[in-house]
Design a protein around this ligand. Structure first.
Ligand SMILES: Cc1ncc(COP(=O)(O)O)c(C=O)c1O
Length: 437
């Protein structure tokens, strides 16, 4: 196993018929079997392309496709996908009993997820995505008319609309910190938030890594700022889990909502919400059903009755998959690809980089535009000529309020991507910049 692996546990089963338990044990054994060839490689391997090619071989991505859009949704690795299929089979074969067996994995998964986040299991709720976590926080806090919530400039709608809804409904006031694109330093970002805080600020809500430019926010310093003013800091971490080796405790924030189907490559419909022990008494659950009150910890936030337990159960395998590689190793790979891309792209005439190459301000996402070339043309050129798939980030497209005029594409480079794919992006930019196409 890799450096920080919580291990592929065969414990944690709850009681059940032997046949049902055998189904789960077989799925876990098949998962372990398909991971063996990458776990047994000596450490020296782990830095070179051969190792990453083996990891890439664990994905079901279409032959030749350069998928550079983990920022929207990530691919499920084959061992995780196969486990997921087995779990659905278990549900079809013996719905109630097997449902209970899969649901019975929840606390073990919570434990593994907590280890990934660097927090305690009783501070973690298993939800569907970051949108649900952000909404739960915005809806569940006690806020009075006139209380202020300070947001970042480029928040995803899932961390803006829930607060705007409360503004409509309860008369809270939503403000935004004005940050440059890209900011020149973490201090510039911090100062923008300092300038936005007033005596009525109760919450600072901000993305750890924004969805438009992939810029990292100094959330640790912003949390200190919030606490110094008697406010709390609620972070939208949809883009960070599985991209960088997180330690949410160290960040000192009050809540942290994340999604597992982006950089963690878990099946779609998995997310986590961290709520500090101190805040749990003051944050109400959104959905209430039987026995929610009996849970004196973050489990009260994920009592939502029946859910697709195979999907939740496969979250364990996605966590195990990345643990087998190692979170630090993944971060290094992600940063290596992204900083190479940004460094080379910066030298191409006409390229506008919206993402800083300062490692304190960026991770695995890069937004860029090209003078005289529309984002749509750039995106299609990459797709048609090089089979590279990216996301558009253009004016008026979902972010009409963006005052900095981000007008380009967003590229996510994950551990299964290659330098060859990055070179293809650079070739496309050079060809388009030369005007000869
Ligand atoms: C910063 C940020 N927050 C929230 C979300 C929403 O994520 P989900 O759709 O998984 O809830 C996204 C998705 O792109 C995002 O980039």
């Amino acid at each position: 196993m890799g450096d920080e692996s919580p291990g592929i546990s065969r414990r944690g089963f709850i009681g059940g018929a032997p046949a049902a338990l055998a189904g789960l044990a077989a799925a876990k054994e098949a998962f372990a079997q398909s991971m063996r060839d990458i776990e047994s490689l000596p450490p020296a391997w782990h830095t070179d392309e051969g190792y990453w090619a083996k990891i890439r071989g664990k994905f079901l991505l279409q032959e030749g496709l350069g998928y550079l859009n983990n920022g929207t949704v990530g691919p499920t690795p084959k061992p995780v996908f196969e486990a997921l299929v087995e779990y659905w089979r278990m549900m079809a074969e013996n719905p109630n009993e097997n449902s209970a067996i899969l649901q019975g994995r929840s606390d073990l998964i919570r434990q593994k997820a907590a280890q990934f986040l660097g927090v305690a299991p009783d501070e973690v709720a298993i939800l569907r995505n970051a949108t649900e976590g952000n909404s739960l926080v915005a809806r569940g806090l006690e806020l009075a008319r006139g209380d202020e919530v300070l947001l970042g400039y480029l928040e995803h709608d899932s961390n803006r609309q829930p607060w705007l809804l409360r503004a409509k409904r309860d008369g809270i006031v939503v403000k935004e910190a004005e940050v440059g694109t890209p900011p020149k330093s973490p201090d510039e970002v911090l100062k923008a938030f300092e300038a936005g805080v007033t005596g009525r600020t109760r919450v600072i809500g901000v993305a750890h890594c924004d969805t438009v430019t992939g810029t990292f926010t100094p959330v640790k310093e912003i949390a200190k700022l919030a606490h110094g003013k008697g406010a709390i800091c609620c972070v939208d971490g949809a883009q960070t889990l599985g991209m960088v080796a997180l330690n949410v405790r160290d960040l000192g924030v009050d809540t942290y909502a994340t999604t597992c189907h982006k950089w963690l490559c878990a099946p779609a419909g998995t997310g986590l919400l961290y709520v500090s022990r101190e805040l749990q008494d003051r944050l109400w659950p959104n959905i209430a059903t039987e026995d929610w009150w009996a849970h004196k910890d973050a489990r009260k936030y994920d009592r939502v009755s029946r859910r697709p337990w195979p999907v939740v159960a496969a979250l364990e395998d996605a966590l195990d998959f990345q643990s087998a590689i190692g979170r630090t190793r993944i971060e290094q790979r992600v940063r290596g690809l992204a900083s190479y891309l940004r460094g080379q792209a910066a030298a191409i005439p006409g390229v506008r980089l919206y993402t800083s190459n300062d490692p304190r301000l960026s991770g695995g996402m890069t937004s860029l535009g090209l003078d005289g070339v529309s984002p749509l043309r750039l995106r299609e050129y990459l797709r048609q000529r090089f089979d590279i798939y990216t996301a558009e980030r253009r004016k008026g497209n979902r972010y009409p309020a963006d005052p900095h005029g981000v007008d380009g594409i967003r590229l996510s480079t994950h551990f299964y991507n290659t330098f060859e794919q990055v070179e293809k992006v650079l070739s496309a930019l050079r060809e388009l910049a030369s005007g000869k196409t």
